[in-house]
Design a protein around this ligand. Structure first.
Ligand SMILES: Nc1ncnc2c1ncn2[C@@H]1O[C@H](COP(=O)(O)OP(=O)(O)O)[C@@H](O)[C@H]1O
Ligand SMILES: [Mg+2]
Length: 681
C-alpha cells in the first residue's frame, strides 16, 4: 500500500520486489476490490459504497526507503500521474487500465474498449480499456494460441516422444525435464508434444499443473491442479460437491486402499488440511502415487509439471519420488523449468536411468529470424522488462549485486573492472560469473579485448539496462563509475585512445549523477572534460565526425570561458562539425579570433582557412574571401577561389595543401566538396 490521501488509496505492485506478473496481480486486486465493495453490506442492506479504479503499468522512480506511514510517496513518474487520471475517469464501480496493462494481461483478463481519457501534460488522449473479469486460469498456459509454426526443435521433440514411447511400451515411468530461460519455448514444446499425443491412435490421459511465482503457501499446488482436473472439481464447487467428485475419481483405486487414498487426496484439493505430523508426508506420497498408478494402469498417463523452478520443496520431492518409485505402469512425467531449478537441485534427475534433462539452447540466428518473421506480434517491451526484473529479484543477493556492478561497466565487462568496484577476489568472482553464465544472464567472450582479463557480456542488453536501473542510490553510481574509470585509466597508458570513449562514458555518468545529488566537484568536472575531449579526438581520428561533435560539445560545456585551452577545443569542434557536414562556421570564427589573440598564429590560420572553405561551401562568398585573406593565403588572391577552383580538387585549391586540416581529413580528398554544402542550402 503506497498511501492514503483523503478517500484515495494507491497501491504499488512490483516494488520493492518485482514479479513477472505484477500487472496481472494489480488488475486482479482491482477486480476483487470492485467485487468486494459491490457485495459489502451494512446490517443486511447494501452499503452505499462506490469505487473508481485506475491501473497503469510502466517504469517509475521508486524510493525504497520512503516511509509510507509518514505520508511519503514511494513512487513517482508519469505512470503514477496517469493512474490518477484513469482513476478519476473510471465509471462508478469500474476499473480502467492503460494499454501496457492490457497488453500484459489480455490473456488472463477480459477487457472492453472504453473512451480515451485526456490527461494533463499529454498531447494525445490515453487509450484505455475497462477490465471486466478474470478469465479462467486453467488453459492459459496449456493451450497455446499457436499463431506461429514451430521452428526447429525437432531433436528435443523427438526426445520427448521417445520418453513417452518407452514409458508406454516398457511400462516404466520416465521423467523428462525441459530446462531453459524464459521464452525459450519450453511450454511450446510441451504443447507440440500434446498435439502429437492427441493425434496418435492411442488413448492417453494428459494432466497438467503449473507452479506459480507466488507459490509459497500453496504446497503441492500443481499436483492439486492435476487432481482437481482429474476429478473435475471447479473452484466454485462447495466442499460437499468437491468431496463427491473426488470419491468418484478415486474409484480407480482398489477398494482396500480407496479410503486411505481419498483421505490424502483431500488435502491436495483444499477440502481438508494435512496436519503434517508424524510421517504423514511419507504416507501422503505413497497414497498419491497409488492414485496416479491406478490412473495410469487404466490408460497411459502423461503428467506435466510446468515451471518447476517455482515449486515448493515438497512438490520437487514428490516429482522425484513418483518418477523413482512408480512401477509397472505407463506413466511419463514431463517437467519444465528455468535454469534456477538446478541451483536448488543440482542433481535433479541425476543418478536415475529413467530420467533425462533436456536443455533448450537458444535458437540459431536463422531460426530466430524465421521465428520473428512468423510472429505477428512480439512480447510487449514492458512485460519483457517485468520478466527480467523478476528474474533478477529471484537471484541470491550476491549474484544480483554482481550483475548490478557489471551493468555499471556496460554490456561488456571484465573481471578486473568488477574487482575495482569492490567485488570479491577473483576465485569467488569467477565462480559466480560461471553460475550466472549457466543461468544464461551472461556469456563468456572467448577472446578478451583486454589482455589478462576475462571478458563477459550480458546476453541481452535489456538485462543490462534493467540491472543498471536497479542500482538505486545515485551516490553509489557516482562512486562506481569513478572506480571503473580509474581501472580503465591504469589498464594501459600507451593504448589510452582505445578506452577514450569508455572513459568519457564513465566520467560523464559519474558527473551527471554527482550533479543530480549536488555533489559535483571541480576535480570530477576536470576529469570528465578531458575524457570528453580525448574521446572527441579519438572519434575524429577515425573520421567518426558526428560522435566527435557530441564529445567535443560535452567537453566545451565543462570548460571555463577563460581557459586558454578552450580555443583549441573550439577549433576541433569546428572541424568536426565541418567534416560532418553540419557547418561549424561560428565555432571556427570564434576559435580563430581567440587563437589569434593568444598569439597562436599557426592554429589561428588553420581556423581561418577552414572557415574560408566552410563559408564558401555555405555560399557566403564575401565572408569567405575576407577570411581567406586572414588565413594568410598567398595563392592567387581572394578572387582565385571560385567555384571551379574548388572543384579542381584539394591539392590545388587548398590554401594549405599539407596543413593540419587535410591530415585530419582522411575521407575528403577526391570527394566532391559541393555536394554537402549545396544540399544544406
Ligand atoms: N521453436 C519455436 N517455434 C515457434 N515459436 C516458438 C518456438 N519456441 C517458442 N516459441 C514461441 O515463443 C513464445 C514463448 O515460448 P514459451 O514456450 O511460452 O516459452 P517458455 O515456456 O520457455 O517460457 C510462445 O509464443 C511460443 O509459441
Ligand atoms: Mg512456459
Amino acid at each position: 500500500m503506497e498511501k492514503f490521501i483523503g478517500d484515495a488509496v494507491m497501491a504499488l505492485f512490483g516494488a520493492p520486489v518485482a514479479h513477472e506478473d505484477d500487472p496481472e496481480r494489480a488488475v486482479r486486486a482491482a477486480l476483487a476490490i470492485r467485487d468486494a465493495i459491490g457485495a459489502a453490506d451494512v446490517g443486511g442492506r447494501a452499503a452505499a459504497l462506490r469505487v473508481r479504479i485506475g491501473v497503469t503499468t510502466g517504469e517509475a522512480l521508486v524510493s525504497v526507503d520512503a516511509r509510507p506511514e509518514a505520508g511519503e510517496g514511494m513512487a513517482s513518474g508519469d505512470v503514477v500521474n496517469t493512474a490518477a487520471r484513469l482513476q478519476a475517469a473510471a465509471p462508478v464501480n469500474g476499473v480502467l487500465v492503460d494499454e501496457p496493462t492490457r497488453r500484459a494481461t489480455e490473456q488472463v483478463i477480459a477487457y472492453e474498449a472504453a473512451d480515451p481519457v485526456s490527461a494533463k501534460g499529454k498531447k494525445e488522449p490515453v487509450q484505455v480499456w475497462e477490465a471486466r473479469s478474470p478469465q479462467a486460469r486453467v488453459g492459459v498456459d496449456v493451450v497455446q494460441s499457436g499463431r506461429s509454426p514451430l521452428i526447429g526443435r525437432e531433436r528435443e521433440l523427438r526426445q520427448l516422444l521417445d520418453g513417452l514411447a518407452r514409458a508406454h511400451q516398457e511400462r516404466s515411468p520416465q521423467l523428462v525435464t525441459l530446462v531453459g530461460v524464459p521464452g525459450i519455448g519450453k511450454s511450446r514444446l510441451v504443447w507440440e508434444l500434446f498435439l502429437a499425443v492427441d493425434q496418435s491412435q492411442e488413448l492417453v490421459r494428459w494432466r497438467q499443473g503449473r507452479s506459480l511465482p507466488y507459490g509459497a503457501g500453496f504446497a503441492f499446488w500443481a499436483l492439486g491442479e492435476i487432481v482437481k482436473a482429474e476429478a473435475g472439481i471447479l473452484d466454485t464447487d462447495s466442499a460437499a460437491e468437491a468431496e463427491g467428485k473426488l470419491a468418484d475419481a478415486a474409484s480407480t483405486v482398489g477398494p482396500a486402499e480407496r479410503g486411505w487414498v481419498l483421505g490424502h487426496l483431500r488435502g491436495l484439493v483444499g477440502v481438508a488440511v494435512d496436519d503434517g505430523r508424524g510421517d504423514r508426508r511419507g504416507e501422503a506420497f505413497a497414497a498419491w502415487r497409488l492414485f496416479l498408478e491406478s490412473l495410469a494402469d487404466e490408460r497411459p498417463l502423461v503428467l506435466v509439471f510446468e515451471d518447476l523452478h517455482w515449486a515448493d520443496e515438497g512438490l520437487l520431492d514428490f516429482v522425484d519420488y513418483v518418477a523413482d518409485r512408480a512401477e509397472d505402469v505407463p506413466l511419463s512425467v514431463v517437467a519444465t523449468a528455468r535454469p534456477e531449478l538446478l541451483d536448488r537441485r543440482p542433481a535433479w534427475g541425476g543418478g536415475k536411468l529413467n530420467a533425462q534433462t533436456v536443455a533448450l539452447p537458444a535458437m540459431s540466428e536463422g531460426e530466430t529470424a524465421r521465428l520473428l518473421a512468423a510472429l505477428l506480434d512480439l512480447p510487449a517491451p514492458e512485460s519483457l522488462q517485468g520478466i527480467i526484473a523478476a528474474r533478477l529479484d529471484g537471484l541470491p543477493a550476491a549474484e544480483k549485486e554482481l550483475l548490478e556492478n557489471a551493468a555499471v561497466v556496460g554490456k561488456v565487462f571484465w573481471t578486473g573492472a568488477l574487482t575495482a568496484v569492490g567485488e570479491h577476489d577473483r576465485f569467488t568472482l569467477d565462480d559466480r560469473l560461471h553460475v550466472l553464465a549457466r543461468k544464461d544472464f551472461l556469456r563468456r567472450v572467448r577472446r578478451s579485448t583486454v589482455a589478462a582479463e576475462t571478458e563477459y557480456a550480458f546476453r541481452h542488453v535489456l538485462v543490462r539496462d534493467v540491472a543498471y536501473g536497479r542500482l538505486l542510490p545515485r551516490a553509489e553510481r557516482v562512486e562506481k563509475h569513478r572506480q571503473i574509470a580509474g581501472w580503465l585509466e591504469q589498464l594501459s597508458a600507451e593504448r589510452s585512445e582505445d578506452v577514450a570513449e569508455m572513459l568519457a562514458y564513465h566520467y560523464g555518468s559519474a558527473l551527471e549523477y554527482a550533479r543530480a545529488i549536488g555533489r559535483e566537484t571541480e576535480e570530477l568536472r576536470g576529469r570528465a572534460r578531458h575524457a570528453f575531449a580525448a574521446a572527441g579526438d579519438r572519434a575524429s581520428a577515425l573520421s567518426a565526425f558526428p560522435p566527435a561533435v557530441g564529445f567535443y560539445r560535452s567537453a566545451l560545456e565543462l570548460w571555463e570561458r577563460d581557459d586558454a585551452a578552450r580555443a583549441s577545443l573550439l577549433l576541433r569542434l569546428g572541424k568536426a562539425l565541418h567534416h560532418a557536414g553540419e557547418g561549424g562556421e561560428t565555432e571556427l570564427a570564434e576559435a580563430g579570433e581567440e587563437l589569434a589573440r593568444q598569439g597562436d598564429r599557426e592554429a589561428a590560420a588553420d581556423a581561418e582557412t577552414l572557415l574560408t572553405w566552410a563559408l564558401h561551401e555555405a555560399g557566403d562568398q564575401e565572408r569567405s574571401e575576407r577570411h581567406l585573406a586572414r588565413g594568410g593565403c598567398s595563392c592567387g588572391g581572394a578572387g582565385g577561389l571560385g567555384r571551379e577552383g574548388v572543384r579542381n580538387g584539394d591539392a590545388g585549391g587548398h590554401p594549405h595543401g599539407q596543413g593540419e586540416v587535410r591530415s585530419g581529413d582522411p575521407d575528403r580528398p577526391g570527394k566532391p566538396r559541393h555536394g554537402r554544402g549545396a544540399s544544406r542550402r
